[in-house]
Design a protein around this ligand. Sequence first.
Ligand code: FE
Length: 258
Amino acid sequence: MIFRQLFDPETSTYTYLLADERTREAVLIDSVREQFERDVALLEQLELRLVFALETHVHADHVTAAGRLRERLGARIGIGGKSGVRNADLLLGDGDWIAFGSHRLEARATPGHTSGCTSYVGDGMAFTGDALLIRGCGRTDFQEGDARALFHSVRSRILSLPDATLLFPAHDYHGRSVTTVSEEKRWNPRLGLAQGEERFVALMQGLGLPYPKRMDEAVPANLHAGLAPAAPPRAERVAELMDEVGRQDAAQWQGAGI
Ligand code: FE
């Protein structure tokens, strides 16, 4: 098995490359549009053929490169069936799997952060998206977020895996890269086995997190595999532009509908 963990520093997003050494068939999980050329170059250098571009969910913080990877390399796009993505090639349900060479990844429905969240499990590893982060979890206050659903997803579909299973999240904001089932069962302050459901639900409801900076652009684009035109800027973005270019120029920009 060939395995690489790639990082986008702008959004703290991990992209994972998995490939079969013999057949050279490769899978990318959670690609990032701004890292498209980096990932294409790595695939070329390792002499790999991208067969699947998988998404753990419709991201709110970055735009996926999946659509571009399909256009350039012919990869098939796979995402959870409840994600709402209309132009995916594979809408994966719980228990579905994809194969690359002699390897398999099983799709496990892990809703709660979004309703379509899917974790991918194979070769002693699990790619958990934003369902389970290292010592944390994804937020549940937008995009069909449901703390109760997340609690049960993580407990029944991720923390039920063998203790030594390596868990790779979609993000980490503290410099960590990987964890294990046993570590999270013991040390996750939200979803560890010592924590109860009611406490978790109350905690998630009280987080008071800010609105994601790129959500208005990322979600509509990701519902079309990253290929949709950018959403029109929100009022805040216009205000930012005015600060950047000065009020006189900004008046022209607004007039142009940017
Ligand atoms: Fe997310």
